[in-house]
Design a protein around this ligand. Structure first.
Ligand SMILES: [Zn+2]
Length: 431
């Protein structure tokens, strides 16, 4: 109640340049809005487990006939089985018990909005206006810089200090994985700069877009990567000289430098069978459920149960290579033999199915039908293809424009994207 006089005087002041009767009108209509708002209950919460739209509304003392009518209207636009636990919703109920407005977040991109409950005909059930609407989103171009220090000894920690989260750190590591071993080679004083897109939805963080450019400096050497699309091709990362950062194989099928718990050998004691057997792949220690990616593009030749291998995926690649991924807890949904997968595509999740003592990924690489040591073979492959000379001049121009935008130039206008915000706290104190 105390805010009301304040709000009214604000309206009068704003309307100061218009004629007297108009002023009166805005004062009256604002007062009416205030009264109407006070006459509703606003509930903002998350969907409880096992709830339906109907049970959700009943829990807020909405009467059965209103609930039924509302559900009938809503399901014409939206499959109500897609109401999920823990998603936010907002419900506005009038003191007469009618639903004025209901919104429900379907996913990161869209929401269900139902407006109704006009009390002009108190005895009739109201008509509802049901819509599935996209959230208003925009991408902001951001830049951060940070440094590895004793306090922030890992890339994830240092990115965190710079105000961003683990998924940006993982993406950054992916960009440079052919060049830098972020698990073992980091030292205090190593620094990074990242120019990236941040999705803002309804004023809130809505995930990361692409890393646009990145730089990593270690022991006086700088690695740079710029995202660029050669005309007619998909965007990819290139180094300063225009060589593709992409290798034939990813460094590993897991994100962020997994630990090798058992290497490739022609003879070792099998942990389950207790007999000496060759270990024709490498085991990576990883928690159950960790996503597994195809190390190269190719065709799935097998996606299913393989006895000792449990849930397994086999993929055939160019140049006579084949990769095998064993012991999945779950194969990626919809993945089947005969399908094409691209490099870095999700194929399943770490598990311990088949002959396995605990969650890990057993990974094999075959060349011309013979098992080879994947760690050696991945390392041996040549660096990426260069940008064709016809496209090089345009690339260089693009590269220099992006490099100019690295952190440290926060107020510079940033072309087609929104303005840059520097989230950097500056260089982290080292030792
Ligand atoms: Zn193994």
């Amino acid at each position: 109640m105390r805010t009301l006089p304040l709000a009214l005087s604000a309206v009068v002041a704003l309307a100061g340049c218009s004629a007297q009767p108009a002023q009166q009108a805005s004062v009256t209509s604002l007062a009416a809005v205030q009264v109407q708002e006070q006459a509703t209950r606003l509930i903002e919460a998350r969907v409880p487990r096992n709830a339906t739209l109907a049970s959700l509304l009943r829990a807020h003392q909405v009467s059965d006939d209103i609930v039924n009518h509302f559900v009938e209207a809503a399901k014409k636009q939206f499959d109500l089985r897609r109401i999920r636990a823990d998603r936010p919703y907002r419900l506005q109920v009038g003191l007469d018990g009618a639903i004025r407005e209901f919104t429900y977040q379907i996913d990161a991109d869209k929401f269900l909005k139902v407006v109704g409950g006009d009390d002009k005909a108190a005895d009739a059930l109201p008509d509802y206006d049901v819509q599935v609407l996209p959230y208003e989103k925009h991408k902001a171009l951001m830049s951060i810089r940070g440094e590895i220090s004793r306090e922030a000894p890992s890339l994830i920690a240092a990115v965190n200090v710079a105000g961003e989260s683990i998924s940006l750190a993982l993406e950054f590591a992916r960009v440079f994985e052919g060049e830098v071993d972020f698990g073992n080679e980091l030292q205090p004083g190593d620094s990074f700069e990242i120019l990236f897109e941040k999705v803002v939805r309804e004023g809130e963080f809505g995930g990361y877009g692409d890393i646009v450019a990145a730089r990593f400096t270690t022991s006086g050497r700088s690695f740079e990567a710029f995202r660029y699309a050669i005309p007619g091709q998909k965007a990819d990362y290139y180094d300063r000289d225009g060589r593709s950062m992409r290798r034939f194989f990813l460094k590993s099928p897991l994100k962020f430098e997994p630990r090798v718990t058992s290497g490739f050998s022609f003879r070792r004691v099998h942990p389950v069978l207790k007999t000496a057997r060759a270990h024709r792949g490498v085991d990576y220690g990883a928690p159950s459920g960790a996503p597994v990616l195809s190390v190269a593009s190719g065709t799935v030749t097998r996606a299913g149960w393989t006895g000792g291998g449990g849930n397994s995926v086999y993929i055939k690649h160019d140049n006579g290579y084949e990769t095998r991924y064993l012991h999945f807890s779950k194969i990626a949904s919809g993945l089947r033999a005969g399908m094409r997968v691209s490099q870095g595509e999700l194929i399943g999740y770490v598990g311990s199915t088949g002959l396995s003592t605990g969650p890990h990924l057993h990974y094999e690489l075959l060349k011309g039908g013979t098992h080879v040591n994947p760690l050696d073979e991945h390392r041996k492959l040549p660096p990426g293809q260069p940008i064709p000379s016809a496209a090089l001049a345009a690339y260089v121009e693009h590269r220099d424009r992006q490099a100019y935008r690295f952190a440290g130039a926060p107020d510079r206008p940033l072309g087609q994207l929104a303005r840059a915000v520097t989230a950097s706290p500056g260089p982290v104190a080292g030792n």
